[in-house]
Design a protein around this ligand. Sequence first.
Ligand code: NAP
Length: 248
Amino acid sequence: MSTQVVLITGGLTGIGRATAVAFAKKGAKVVVSGRRDEVGEALAKELRSFGSEAEFINADVRKEDDVRALVDKTIARFGRLDIAVNNAATEGAVGPITDQTAESVAATFDTNVVGVVLSMKHEVRAMQARGSGSIINISSTYGHKGAAYASIYVAAKHAVEGITKSVALEVATSGIRVNAVSPGPTDTGMLTRFTGTAENKAALVAQVPLGRLGLSEEVADGIVFIASDEARFITGHILSVDGGHSAA
Ligand SMILES: NC(=O)c1ccc[n+]([C@@H]2O[C@H](COP(=O)([O-])OP(=O)(O)OC[C@H]3O[C@@H](n4cnc5c(N)ncnc54)[C@H](OP(=O)(O)O)[C@@H]3O)[C@@H](O)[C@H]2O)c1
């Protein structure tokens, strides 16, 4: 683990940030990516304080030029890419299907689906050159179950799980593993925006068999595991880190 090069998209907050910290504390070289330079540079500095070689690279995952440059700059800086965590996403326009528009659907899919596809395209290109790598897409319990008033986010996360399994089949013989981690309700800014009110948040917690929200650090532990050599025979898998939410 100590020499591995890890790239995380949307890594400046929440689960992505916790994942960057977890990898940095394990001694990995971390490229943390996002859209806000000041926050990104501050996070890279914090990661270096754990002894990690870390860099921030600005990238909007909706833009292929940004994603291509993100991967190329990672290779230029660290010589290779071992682990990629495709975490960037938006909760999109939460609300009834009757409120959705072509624009609201496209806005969610541009980040949550196109962003994952573009990220995988360029990560696979870099990993195929070395014949090894591990890609982890961040899905959701809503990647495999429904949720009223969140149909577009649910559709996008279902797409992420389908893409994960399909690309895992495509690249297995190239030595690249592709998996997804599906968090349940996790205490982040996205969850607060997604639920909107304290009552809605409490109602969601009531659906979690373990009886509480997950922590970003707990999801990060699942990501670190499935990226690791301990998970070397696991590919095309969807790992739920959700307090039992998917089982209910
Ligand atoms: N929290 C939950 O309950 C939960 C449950 C299931 C799955 N998830 C998934 O977990 C992942 C992390 O979410 P989170 O809960 O940690 O929420 P979060 O703190 O809002 O993290 C999402 C990150 O993605 C970034 N992002 C959004 N659009 C982007 C774009 N076009 N290009 C680059 N970065 C972009 C955001 O950056 P900006 O600040 O610039 O917008 C933000 O840093 C997401 O894939 C989410 O769908 C979360």
